[in-house]
Ligand binder design. Structure first.
Ligand code: WTA
Length: 660
């Protein structure tokens, strides 16, 4: 542990913290020249990332921009993601090393060596084939964080069947929409999972979903709950473990996939109620996540690494499954919540498993901070070498708390900005190279170019707020939105003619990230948050429209607006609701609202608080002033309300929020 006064001096100094020497001495990337090298030799320099992988055939071109913004990477190359994440580590003499370490909700543990992983991935790949899955077929996976989820992902990748993982906290209805949209004919799900120690039926949610799907779906059910819930395998579904037994010892040759072939589809929320099917290609995606797992998370095969996200979201795909496994690391899977059975659960797991690198979301860190330093202090966290955050801006106070109470002042923190659409990390410090500035994510990674622009697309000055954009393509980028090339261009891209300052050499298109940001004189990007109506709830991305349209479906509700406020264990959804009668809602109405949101979107999105009001605060142009509602939900000062058409409502809202 670093001397306290030394630590305080470092934290109190100018808000710039150098990476601890001990870390730098062992880091994977330590040469500051790397930025220059990427600049000089772009895009060919990205071959470094691709070289972390084993290819069945070499690519002809690193980047093809002919059809921009439909960029293509490592064109002509062929590889298999499952081979890269499993087989080659077995072949390289590390078959007995742990690949997955699972910590279940009821404190169960399971470890899979690379050999175990190899066996089960092969057996399940053989089973999928037997069920009729062919190369190119989309397989939907709807499961909590159990080892069978990454195994199913890798089995799909092995036979060239793109997966579409749907977060288990999403409703059956949301699952049905995703199955329908992707025309997916195969589903792998679980009988259920535990919520706060209680068995919860997932299969019935999946059954509801399938009732609304027009085509036939073959499903496989993993028995997660054993006797806690009668295991339902009806006529149309097969039992996962029976299938494994039938295919015991099977070996399935990994299919050579074109670098541009679809590896997976991931639905994410946008500004409308329609989920967007983000497509990721095999080669570029895997190269970028492997490269960033190595250079930013500093992973080596010897590490035990833990990312506490859910595999059902992009963070889990890239930095629980594909990135760490491509590098041959031991990756932890955690099914539970951070405060069950107690508030030291996370630290107990870190200590027991001697975790080297830990990656989580700011909302979790703020909850840890609220619970108090005594919980991490109960445990020996000296195995930790590096900490990371992702998902939303981290405020300097939470950053410093994490640095001091979890990292003991000896672990750099990487504040990584990226998105479902970027596939991998984009903006963050390189922990063995760059100083950290709490609250600012850092410079764009080598090879990545960002710009903050105004509404007209012109770059703003240093330290001025604007829209975050990316001005050059990158390997892990979204290739398109499933079945909707037009929406892909519309949602994300600005044509070079409309943004003439951009570099034209690679097609010149500009990617609009949808976040507000500022860049300082050192090139560090401070991300301010979404500028559209997308929220982050405990690290899960959620479109306000999806929740609001579900609330206004309840009879008697006139209008609704949802925001994220501080909750007991992180962030909570707050709903402001006006009723048709203008009266306040009663308990019955509250329950209907919560029920509707659980049914339509999922339980994680259900409002923890509902504030009834006669009217929602609106600007003169009729737009709901969400910022104001957010401040009320967080108990923060309200700022300027002069743009409101109905300023008189503010007092009522504050009053109602207090009463609730
Ligand atoms: C936000 C998660 C500030 C941002 C990987 C982005 C962040 C959205 C950061 C993407 C960060 C992610 N600092 N904001 N370090 N990381 N965000 O698609 O608003 O679930 O646009 O991907 O999360 O969320 P998504």
């Amino acid at each position: 542990m670093t001397d306290r006064s030394d630590l305080e001096a470092r934290l109190d100094g100018p808000d710039r913290i150098a990476p601890p020497d001990e870390f730098v001495q062992q880091a994977n990337v330590t040469d500051p020249n790397i930025y220059h090298e990427f600049e000089q030799n772009w895009p060919e320099v990205w071959e470094r990332a691709a070289d972390l992988l084993d290819w069945d055939s070499e690519w002809d071109d690193v980047l093809v921009a002919e059809d921009a913004p439909f960029y293509e990477w490592f064109v002509g190359g062929e590889l298999n993601a499952s081979y890269n994440c499993v087989d080659r580590h077995v072949e390289n003499g590390r078959k007995n090393q742990a690949a997955l370490k699972w910590e279940g909700k009821l404190s169960e543990t399971r470890t899979y060596t690379y050999q175990d992983l190899y066996r089960e991935v092969n057996e399940f790949a053989a089973a999928l084939r037997e069920l009729g899955v062919e190369e190119g077929d989309i397989v939907t996976l709807y499961m909590p964080v159990v080892p069978e989820l990454p195994i199913a992902m890798l089995a799909c990748a092995r036979i060239g069947a793109p997966h579409s993982v749907v977060f288990a906290g999403l409703s059956g209805k949301a699952l049905g929409t995703r199955i329908e949209r992707s025309a997916s004919e195969f589903l792998v799900t679980c009988d259920g999972y535990y919520r706060r120690g209680n068995a919860f039926n997932l299969k019935s949610k999946a059954d509801d979903a399938l009732l609304k799907v027009d085509h036939d779906v073959t499903s496989v059910v993993v028995d997660r709950l054993g006797d806690a819930l009668p295991h339902v395998v009806d006529g149309d579904s097969r039992d996962y473990h029976d299938l494994l037994a039938e295919h015991a010892g099977a070996v399935v040759e990994p299919v050579a996939r074109d670098a541009e072939d679809l590896l997976f589809l991931m639905y994410t929320s946008g500004t409308t109620g329609e989920p967007k099917g983000v497509e990721h290609a095999t080669g570029g995606y895997l190269a970028q996540v492997a490269w960033t797992a190595q250079s930013v998370l500093d992973l080596t095969p010897e590490d035990t690494y833990w990312c506490s996200a859910d595999i059902g979201w992009i963070t889990g795909h890239s930095y629980i499954v594909y990135g760490p496994l491509a590098l041959g690391t031991t990756t932890m899977l955690y099914e539970g919540s951070p405060d069950y059975p107690d508030r030291d659960r996370i630290w107990e797991i870190v200590e027991r498993n001697a975790v080297d690198v830990f990656y989580t979301a700011p909302t979790a860190i703020r909850a840890f901070m609220k619970w108090g330093a005594e919980y991490p202090e109960r445990h020996d966290l000296s195995s930790l070498r590096l900490l990371g955050t992702v998902g939303e801006p981290i405020n300097p106070r939470a950053w410093k708390w994490y640095y001091e109470h979890v990292g003991g002042g000896e672990c750099p923190i990487v504040d990584t900005w990226w998105q479902t659409e970027t596939g991998g990390m984009m903006v963050t410090t390189l922990p063995g190279v760059d100083d950290m500035k709490p609250g600012s994510a850092g410079p764009p990674l080598p090879g990545i170019d960002t710009e903050v622009v105004d509404a007209a697309g012109a770059p703003v000055e240093d330290d001025a707020a604007g829209y975050l954009s990316i001005t050059r393509p990158w390997p892990g980028m979204v290739r398109t939105l499933h079945g909707d090339d037009e929406r892909f261009i519309e949602e994300y891209w600005t044509h070079p003619d409309e943004a003439p300052t951009s570099d034209q050499s690679d097609g010149g298109w500009r990617y609009d990230a949808g976040d507000g940001a500022m860049i300082d004189e050192d090139g560090y990007v401070t991300v301010l948050g979404r500028i559209d109506d997308v929220l982050s709830v405990d690290g899960h991305r959620l479109g306000t429209m999806e929740v609001e349209s579900s609330i206004v479906d309840v009879e008697g509700v006139a209008e609704a607006a949802v925001v994220v406020g501080a909750g007991a264990g992180g962030s909570d959804v707050f709903a402001y609701v006006s009723t048709e009668s203008g009266r306040t809602g009663d308990q019955d109405l509250r329950e209907q609202i919560v029920g509707n949101v659980e049914r339509d979107v999922g339980e994680f999105a259900a409002p923890a608080r509902i504030v009834f009001t006669t009217e929602l605060p609106k600007t003169r142009s009729g737009k709901i002033m969400r910022r104001l509602l957010e401040s009320i939900a967080r108990g923060e000062p309200l700022g300027d309300t002069s743009a409101l058409r109905n300023p008189e409502i503010v007092g009522e809202l504050k009053e109602a929020a207090r009463e609730d």
